[in-house]
Structure formats: structure tokens, C-alpha cells
Design a binder for this molecule. Structure first.
Ligand SMILES: [Zn+2]
Length: 380
């Protein structure tokens, strides 16, 4: 559903300063949609909702004395618990939201086959489909928590989508990476008896390709001033929680897990997927049969904004460098190396080893070099 021409056109007409430094609005006019398609909110903790709400509650909070030296660079963006639930209960007319943030109004892009609107700021353009969680940001697929609703000639967005998706991309300044003493942990997926998936071409294991990608990436990042630590440098199986503890022990500013994908060969899916943790209160894009408890709040949810910005930045750079099909920046809760991280964290699935075309690329060393260069470029 990428609409590059339309996006460029709308980018021109919508180019307007987003109020990155303005004070968040003290209240937002809310009106619950009356659409039959509205998501069920039956898990919601009403006691939490009746506490405070105003948008100021969602701003950065003071670090409560944590000893980690890098924490000041990545201040938590949300108070665990009630705030996300509060935002989720609020459906906001997009016109009101955009006016309050000094952004141009949403513009109708097309009525058929689906109704799409574009909304833009100086940072880029988001294209929204009425009734669908699919959206694009500067032509790249992203995933909303809830489909926008069209009621009484107005577009309504869920408050949590505004807080966790639109604000970070349209209104926040671009992700500011640490300038000094910056530490990154690169996590080559699998290892040892945990081979990961296998190439449909010749059975070579995923663990081999993830480690090679990481080894190519490390020196490139070092050239950019990063102190780089790999969770494994050989063919060893490391429990997921140990990979998280490894990042914690090394005071990582960023954590990136490297993987390749697989699905039943008859479906022949291909392309790039990038994952970060689902914000509290939203459904995940992918559950792989695991429980997806919307109310759950993990340590890594403190970095929802940075997670999304980092994922979008890496995903965009990798798409440009490789030409892989775009399977989107997606959200998941079950990924063990992400949810307990205490720094921004992303997992990349750089193509499907179950797809013959992708597998051929992944088995080519120059392609893995491209993957490494794209990640390093994104983190310059
Ligand atoms: Zn994997």
C-alpha cells in the first residue's frame, strides 16, 4: 500500500513546522467513537483511568535515581501503569489533535478502494487507512494499534496511537543518539544447538548468517565511535535472558538483535521486518501463538518513543540498501530479548530463509555486507 507519488505530493502541500518545542496541550477534546468496529476495552483498569489524565501526564518523568550512567540520555517516556491505559480510552478527532500540535490538517488521498488520509509535518508524512491498522510513514510500512475511525465526517484516532505512533514520528525531534562513550550491544540470533531456521536452498542455518552479519557490522560501528559488544562471537547457545543481562552489564545505550525469518514455504513470503516492543494497552502485530496481554508493562516500555524511532530508522536504511520487500515496522510482546531491556531495543528479520530469492541473497556475503553497512549508516 505504499503510495510514493501521493506521499511526495502531500509532503509538499503539508510541509509545516511541527510544534516540537511547544507545551503539550493540557487537555484533548475526546469523544468515544460510536462505530461498531471500535476495539473492545474490557481488560481496562478503571481505577487507573480515574486517576489523572491530561497529556502532561505522558511527558518525560524524572529518573528516580537509577545508577546506570546512560539513563540520562534516554529518559523514560512513560510512567508505567496508568498513563497508557488512560490514553487508550480516549478517541481524538485528528483535526483537533493536529491543530493543537501546529500540524496541517489531514488531507484526503483516496476514497477507493479504501479511504486514505495523509497528515504531515516537517519530519514527514503519515498515510492512514480508515478502519485499518496499516499505515505508512514516509512510504515505509508501520503498524497502528487500532484502525482510525470515521464518524460524523471526522477522523478519530485512538489516544494511544497518537501518543505512541504519531507524536514520536510527526512531532518529536529525530532520535538523538549519544555522542560520547556510546555503547551498543549487537545480538547475533541463535547459536550452538539453537540453529534458528534453515535456508530452503541448502539447509545452512540462520545462526551462521546472523553471526557473520554481526562480525561485519562491529568494525563499521567502531569506526563511527561506538563501543561494540557482541552477545556471542562464536557458535554458542546463549539463553535469551542472558543476552538481556549482557546488555545491562555493559550499560548498553542500544541493543539490536539480528535474525532471518521463516514461514511455511508454500506461502513464500519475502522481505524485511523490524520489531520493537508493543506499547502497553495496544495489541501486538505478531504473537506467534503467545499470550498478548495488552495491559502488561515491561521495563522496555519506558523507551517506547526511542524504540519506534530506532526501528523506523534502521528499517528505512535497510530497505534502501537492499531493495527487500517491505514487511513493516511491527510490534511484538513475546520477544524475549526485547521486553526486559533497559535501553532502546530492536530486532531485525532481514529476509526469509524460507523464500528462495531471499535465501539466495542472504547466502551471498556481499548482501550481508550491505546489511551491515545499512545498520552502521543508520546509526551514524
Ligand atoms: Zn531467528
Amino acid at each position: 500500500m505504499s503510495k510514493p507519488l501521493a506521499v511526495i505530493f502531500v509532503a509538499v502541500i503539508l510541509l509545516a513546522g511541527c510544534a516540537t518545542t511547544s507545551t503539550p496541550p493540557k487537555e484533548i477534546i475526546s469523544s468515544p467513537p460510536r462505530s461498531e468496529g471500535s476495539p473492545s476495552l474490557n481488560w481496562f483498569d478503571e481505577g487507573a483511568a480515574q486517576k489523572s489524565f491530561g497529556w502532561q501526564a505522558f511527558g518525560p518523568v524524572a529518573n528516580p535515581g537509577a545508577a546506570r550512567p546512560n539513563i540520562q540520555r534516554w529518559p523514560p517516556t512513560a510512567v508505567p501503569g496508568s498513563t497508557s491505559a488512560a490514553a487508550m480510552m480516549t478517541w481524538v478527532p485528528l483535526n483537533n489533535w493536529s491543530a493543537r500540535y501546529g500540524i496541517g490538517k489531514p488531507h484526503l488521498l483516496s476514497d477507493l478502494p479504501v479511504t486514505t488520509y495523509a497528515i504531515g509535518s516537517s519530519s514527514g508524512v503519515m498515510v492512514l487507512e480508515i478502519g485499518s491498522r496499516d499505515a505508512t510513514w514516509n512510504g515505509v510500512q508501520i503498524n497502528l494499534g487500532f484502525g482510525p475511525q470515521f464518524i460524523d465526517d471526522q477522523i478519530f484516532l485512538n489516544g494511544l496511537d497518537l501518543q505512541k505512533n504519531l507524536e514520536p514520528l510527526l512531532c518529536e525531534p529525530p532520535l538523538a543518539l549519544p555522542q560520547n562513550n556510546r555503547v551498543i550491544v549487537i545480538d547475533p540470533g541463535h547459536g550452538g544447538i539453537n540453529s534458528g531456521t534453515h535456508s530452503v536452498l541448502d539447509g545452512r542455518p540462520e545462526k551462521e548468517f546472523t553471526l557473520d552479519w554481526a562480525r561485519r557490522l562491529a568494525p563499521l560501528l567502531e569506526q563511527e565511535g561506538w563501543q561494540v559488544f557482541l552477545t556471542r562471537t562464536g557458535d554458542v547457545d546463549i539463553p535469551l535472558i542472558d543476552r538481556v543481562m549482557f546488555a545491562e552489564a555493559h550499560h548498553a545505550d542500544l541493543f539490536i538483535s539480528l535474525h532471518f525469518n521463516s514461514l511455511a514455504p508454500e506461502k513464500k513470503p519475502a522481505g524485511l521486518e523490524t520489531y520493537c516492543l508493543t506499547p502497553t494497552g495496544m495489541p501486538s502485530t505478531l504473537t506467534r501463538g503467545n499470550a498478548d496481554i495488552w495491559a502488561e508493562n515491561f521495563p522496555n516500555n519506558a523507551y517506547d518513543t526511542q524504540n519506534l524511532e530506532l526501528a523506523v530508522r534502521l528499517h528505512t536504511a535497510l530497505l534502501r540498501a537492499t531493495g527487500l520487500e517491505d514487511h513493516g515496522v511491527n510490534r511484538a510482546r513475546f520477544i524475549g530479548v526485547l521486553h526486559k531491556q533497559r535501553c532502546p531495543a530492536v530486532l531485525i528479520e532481514a529476509g526469509f530463509l524460507s523464500n528462495p530469492s531471499d535465501a539466495k541473497l542472504i547466502e551471498t556475503p556481499s548482501f550481508r555486507q550491505k546489511l551491515a553497512e545499512a545498520v552502521a549508516t543508520a546509526l551514524k
